[in-house]
Design a binder for this molecule. Sequence first.
Ligand code: ATP
Length: 247
Amino acid sequence: MNVQAKPVSLRGPHIHFKEVSLRYGQSHILDDINLNVSPGQIFSVVGPNGGGKSSLLRCLLGQAPHTGEISLLWPNQPGTVGYVPQALEFDRSLPMTVMDFMRALSSKRPTFLPLKAQDKTRITNALEQVGLSQKANRRMGDLSGGERQRVLMAQSLIPSPDLLILDEPMAALDEAGVQVFQRLIQSLKEEGVTIVWVEHDLAAVRRLADSVVGICQQLLFRGDPRVELTPEKAMRMLTHPFFAANP
Ligand SMILES: Nc1ncnc2c1ncn2[C@@H]1O[C@H](COP(=O)(O)OP(=O)(O)OP(=O)(O)O)[C@@H](O)[C@H]1O
C-alpha cells in the first residue's frame, strides 16, 4: 500500500535577509548577510561564540539597528512570533511562582483579578508540553537552570506561535529535557510553523534541522546540515580567520 505523507498547511512566514549588516560603533557584528528561510522549516544558525548568532535573531526581532532588509512573507495575515531568549536573568528572591510568571507573559488581564479558567488551561497545557505541570506553584527562584529553560520554552507557546525564534534552547537541558524539546519542535514543524534556531549542539542540528547556516560575522556556509556539519567542516568553522582574529 502506498501511504502518502499528510500535506502540511504552512502557518509560518518565508524570511528573507538581504545584505543585512550590524555595527556597534566601530565593531562589525554582522556583514552583508543574505539568507532565505522557507516556511515550515527548522532552520538552524550555528557558529563560534561571539560570531553574531544572537545578534542575527535580534535583527529579526527588530531589536537591533541593522542596515539592509529583512522581510517576512506570511501565508495570510501576519502571525504570532514566539521567542525563547538565551537565558532568563531575574532576582531569585522575587516572590513569583511559575504560574505567576506565565500569567504575566501570556495574559492581558490585570494581575489583581483572578485568572480566567481558559487562561489557566492554556498555561497548564503549555507547562505540560514541557513536562513542568507539577512545578506550576514552585517559586521561579527555586527552579534549576534546566527547569527555567523549560519555562522559557513554555511561555513561547502562548499564544500558539507561527514563527518560533529559539536562542540556544537546549543549554542546561538534561536528556529528558532534550527529548521534550525535540518532540515539541517536530510537532510544531508538522503544524507548519517556521522555526529559526540558534544552537551549539551540532549533532542535534544534524538530527533535527532542515537547513543550516554557519555565521561568524559573515555567512560561512549554508545548506543541508547532514552535508555541511561534518566534523571537519565544524572544525574549520571554529578556526575561521574571523574567529581566530577575535577569539
Ligand atoms: N549592544 C552591543 N554593543 C556592542 N557589542 C555588542 C552588543 N551586543 C553584542 N555585541 C557583540 O557582538 C558580538 C556577537 O555577539 P552575539 O551575542 O550575537 O554572539 P553569539 O554568536 O550569539 O555568541 P554565543 O555563541 O557566545 O552566544 C560579540 O562580540 C558581542 O560582544
